[in-house]
Design a protein around this ligand. Structure first.
Ligand code: NAD
Length: 312
């Protein structure tokens, strides 16, 4: 078993670090939050006083941080040049492709192996060790990272060179965001045309409109398998995180000169739902309530609902 440094013990990292400790690794954990550190300690990790202390004699380093700027800060101030060069570096945060590539290039220039390894699956999958990892990096770095990622996930897939994990993640989530909106508006129209939602589900889930947002994550309560729609859109994948991923996708599309009109409109609609109408904490399928006009913005939301079709 190995000495593993784990930095970023939030909603996702907390469960992931605990799974590495449960597998017998000696996990030195660090977070800026005292509460997160205390919880990690209770769950079998060893507390480190700083990120630098956590990584100083590590064989593996895992980071699970909010965004690109945190990843850049942590790697440049506390990992590169401080961890032994033999350590395999794994950033599991969801960040922009450009920062992922830059940080891997900087680490490699100093003799490290590093992968970007963002995840699919939410807090429950992080707790249960059933995440899917999409990994970017050299074949050697992937081979070194895989045994650690295996302990935290059910699937570990090599997506390609540095940054390919982030590219796969945001492309997948751009498709998910756009297909969820299309599924929501389809159910709203079907109902307005007098179709029973369950009957429409039975037909469309076996016809050419079938898609994951409908058959595995139906935004209509009581239709299909149990989903956040059956819990008033609590839990699941927050609209704020979908918006974050759509913004990363749009940034990447711009830098790659790719035309992504559906992704752009999905970003606009999630901006409206999450930021203007106070839906950030709801599951992303809750956007159906904005589309069917049954959403009541919480008190203090920025503005009354703009008419659909208006630019936000
Ligand atoms: P979170 O905000 O709950 O946790 C992030 C943690 O990082 C916090 O505890 C924070 O204190 C810590 N942190 C920030 N800067 C730090 C620093 N300089 N040093 C040490 N610790 C620092 O976020 P989360 O929900 O755990 O998400 C983490 C990443 O996983 C994000 O990139 C997110 O997009 C991605 N993700 C989240 C989900 C989800 O369902 N929550 C699903 C897939 C991917």
């Amino acid at each position: 078993m190995a000495r593993v440094a784990f930095i970023g013990l939030g909603n996702m990292g907390g469960g992931m670090a605990a799974n590495l400790a449960k597998a017998g690794h000696d996990v030195r954990a660090f977070d800026l939050s005292e509460a997160a550190l205390a919880k990690a300690e209770e769950r079998g990790c060893l507390r480190a006083a700083s990120a630098g202390e956590a990584v100083k004699d590590a064989e593996a380093v895992v980071t699970m941080l909010p965004a690109g700027r945190h990843v850049r800060d942590v790697y440049e101030s506390s990992v590169i040049g401080i961890a032994p060069t033999s350590a395999i570096l794994m950033d599991c945060s969801t960040i922009d492709v450009a920062t992922a590539r830059e940080e891997i290039a900087k680490a490699e220039a100093k003799g490290y192996r590093m992968v970007d390894a963002p995840v699919s699956g939410g807090i429950a999958a992080a707790e249960g060790g059933t995440l899917t990892f999409m990994v970017g990096g050299s074949p050697e770095a992937f081979a070194a990272a895989q045994p650690f990622l295996d302990r935290m996930g059910k699937a570990v897939i090599h997506a390609g060179a540095a940054g390919a994990g982030q590219a796969a993640k945001i492309c997948n989530n751009m498709l998910l965001g756009a297909s969820m909106i299309a599924t929501c508006e389809t159910f709203v129209l079907a109902q307005k045309l007098g179709l029973d939602p369950q009957t429409f589900f039975d037909i469309s889930s076996k016809a050419s409109g079938q898609n994951w947002s409908m058959t595995s994550y139906c935004p209509v309560p009581g239709v299909g398998p149990e989903t956040p729609a059956d819990r008033d859109y609590q839990g699941g994948f927050a609209a704020a995180l979908m918006l974050k991923d759509l913004r990363l996708a749009m940034e990447a599309a711009q830098s790659a000169d790719a035309y992504t009109p559906m992704g752009a409109y999905a970003e606009e609609l999630y901006t409206r739902f999450a930021e203007k109408l106070g839906g950030a904490g709801k599951d992303f399928s809750g956007i159906i309530k904005m589309i069917d006009d049954s959403w009541t913005p919480p008190a203090g939301s920025e503005a009354p609902p703009p008419p659909l079709g208006a630019k936000v």
